[in-house]
Design a protein around this ligand. Sequence first.
Ligand code: PMP
Length: 394
Amino acid sequence: MTMFQTLQPQPADGLLTLIGLFRDDPRNSKIDLGVGTYRNAAGVTPVMEAIKSAERVLLEGQQTKAYLGPEGDQRFVELLMPIAFGTSGAHAGRLVGVQTPGGGGALRLGGELITAARPGAKVWLGMPTWPNHRPVLEAAGLTVVEYRYFDPDTQSLCFDDMLAALATAEAGDVVLLHGCCHNPTGAELEPAQWDAVAALIAERGLMPFIDLAYQGLGEGLEADAYGTRRVLACVEEALVAYSCDKNFGLYRERTGALFVLSRDEAAASVVYGNLLALARVNWSMPPDHGAAAVRTILESKELRRVWRAELEGMCRRINQVREALTAAHPRLGFLSRQRGMFSQLPITPAAVAALRNDHGIYMAGSGRINLAGLQIADAEIFVGALVAVGGLPA
Ligand code: PMP
């Protein structure tokens, strides 16, 4: 037997299969709510104007492609800090960050830092969650413990289950939290619930690991950072995986950062050294282009203004689609209370298949829909199809 003959076949990625099916569907009226990228009112995932402008600046002005270090573009990391953590400078000296290949790279690096510090650490995951959380964190060496975060039948947050789970977690256990725009459910913690979670994490000595992948796409940049800032204000140590791939529309450029809060400056410096060592053995250094474009935007008052206006427009459009669906059927009222690109309908696999086969409407097998994939003019058609396949919640 040769070496590779010992490998086991891997299951196909459901979303990639869906992309292929959608592409091959000849119906003009087909609707794609599966793929997880923002789409504008014309149905395209645009390169943002601010990014185009920044890319022109880079094309003309970039002097070298020489290597950076494993920390990536440090100016990019510094400029993100006030956006994610506010301008108070409260964590000065205790907060370090490195550029990573997307939010996914930040999750992996953060997981490996935890494993280096505490081999075999547990991580508490509220279910359902982004399907990559579990495999990435397990690959980094953590042991996953699940609890119920969301009840699809009532479309509500299981806050009592969440508190009960965290109350049984032990000091040093990691708690993974979606900073905003929960993927896949859109179910957000209210500010008062964030306060309670932050207090419980601090009281029990848990390690918060916040996944902030959609800042600005829920309520706005400031409101979407509430939970992250609140948790960091209450604890000595924390990790934040940040993605610029949605709020700067950079997806394939793999643009993100991992931030780590430590107890004091000396500990932060040791953490930083460990992050560099881990980055070096993973990807040596992150790809430059996306971070350089983000840095160019954040360094320019004018490009910053353009970016913020575009981001606000994206956020508005998502919330308008949510409102249109709620207006189209009272039993979809939950959609306008949820935030971000995703919600997860309480729909059977048979109804998901019927939507695809009979109506040309594509969504993930889990019932997750990307609201940005819907044109407002199609809201009534979509709701009519949901009714026809028995896909509305009771
Ligand atoms: N976290 C969540 C919750 C996500 O939805 C995603 C992207 N789908 C990521 C992290 C990773 O983002 P990136 O593409 O920047 O790796």
